[in-house]
Design a protein around this ligand. Sequence first.
Ligand SMILES: [Zn+2]
Length: 642
Amino acid sequence: MNSDFYKSIGLKVGLEIHIQLNTKRKLFCHCPTSPEPVEGHKWVFKRYLRPARSEIGEVDPAALLEWGHNRLYIYDAAEGSSCLVETDEEPPHMVDDESLLIALAIAKALNMKIVDEIHVMRKIVIDGSNVSGFQRTMLVAVDGEIKIEDRRIGVQTLCLEEDAARKLEERELEVHYALDRLGIPLVEVATDPSIDSPELALKTALKIGQLARLTGKAKRGLGSIRQDVNISIAGGAKIEIKGIQHLFMIPKVIEYEVQRQLKLLEVRDELARRGLNPSMLRGDIVDVTHVFEKSQSKIIRKALSTPNGAVLAVALPGFKGLLGKELQPGRRFGTELSDYARVWGGVGGIIHSDELPSYGITLDELKKLYEELGANLEKDAVVIVADEKSKGEKALKALIERAKYSFIGVPEETRAANPDGTTRYARPRPGAARMYPETDIPPIVITREILEMAEKYVPEHPDVKYKKLVEKHSLSKTLAETIINDLRLDFYEYLADKYGDKVPCSVIASIFVNTIPMLRREGIPIDSVDEQVIEQVVKAIAEGIVAKEAIPDVLAFIAKNPGITVFKAIESLGLKKPELGELDKLIEDVIESNKEKLLSRRDKAFNIVMSEVMKTVRGRVDGGLVAERVKTKLRDLLNIET
Ligand SMILES: [Zn+2]
């Protein structure tokens, strides 16, 4: 789809980019943000959380949903990475100065207006990811902009907040968290919704991430930059998508969400064309257990063998065929309804008539089911849930509400990203009523002195950088222009400073500008490769262990074999640079076994030997070096001058 298409459907995208800061201490306590593994004291504790009313006395709908799950939260804490602040048994310490200075520097780089006074607020979060039931956050700056080629994207807010606990495991009634990540400072940058194409969204996200990294104080590695995306189209609804694993997934997620909203509008139009309206959806939930008493279906037998197990059903009059309609790859309208049943009822899923007969349910049972519900086999859809009866009831109630909304179009939701870029319903969009003041921390006045101190973290102007790349690093203009827009510009600079005397800077830059994008296009999971690994590869070139030509193969091999060391990868691929002696021996062998041919075709001798030797050492040795050794050996052994 091109950008004209996205303009024609009124695509609006806003981004929220979260960047972890690499500071000495956490935002509200003195624990380190990069804990060394310690063999010290570890402890585990448990909590139940309940929603509190906000400043204006309302309870947040998303919080109420979580509370309804009645889950137990289990926390792992360890000395060296957590203290009594993370466990919510001690008041927060004062805001970390360094974090604040970095946040201010990023705000300056985004041309934002910095607030006069910072107030720490508590934002209600009761999915257990904050032990206290709230996340502390503070607004630092508003109203900035970022330039992406000829476009200006507004930056609405920049907040400094504490990161949440790390989820280890989730079960139906229990969620298990580790506290090491809780309290790490995060900068949250929110753009306005003026982004109007998936490509522009990616470029904006990369640019914001890059600016943060150029302060030299952003964390690196998987999960250190996280992004939420708000997406809407004309006639659709604002959808917030969380948990996108990687920046490079943003365009795919937007593309699929646009597709989903367009398809839901088609469902709406089809319902109207069929002359249906929401009042026809009576939503009577009927216990149809007796229909399936002798059923051979494994799903149904399993549900009925549990205490209070039942099969419940509901008819969706006139919906025949719509539940099977695909909204995103592998996800149908029936999947959307199923999501509501899962989230609100805690059931494993639903079975709907557009996929029947199947799952061991016979045509006979299906007919009986329709009869039981007074439904029309030709026109109506039927949904069944086989589970504990009370859960099934909650599930179908939520499902009916969702089905009713299909007459309006797209419901506003918070959705979670799947690894393939499709999304699933997570919860209703949180209301505005989820903030109240943190009374343990006094407001911070932003003085001129503080602003001056922040100056040292403000990234160098791109023009200054560009000059350095061309003049000092001898990059071509094209290479310099591309690397200057790369998310890992700062990492490139680090590598160039450290290895630039042994490896040409253009070779290092090319890893980011050419090799990694090429591998990504080939579908190789290159973004999971750690930056430490990339550094090891550059180091191996600097030390002469491997030739620069081997970079793509080595990186691809490591991406496909996670955990393997760079040296092992080089060895496994047979790319270890031969010693000069080995190379000479190889050339001598080739000359020896082709001796007669070479002597009879002296003018072609060089080419013959060269091509034969390169077959063995391609990607491992520099071609220039091979040529030089071939010439020497031809002269020494056969007296052939080339
Ligand atoms: Zn702590």
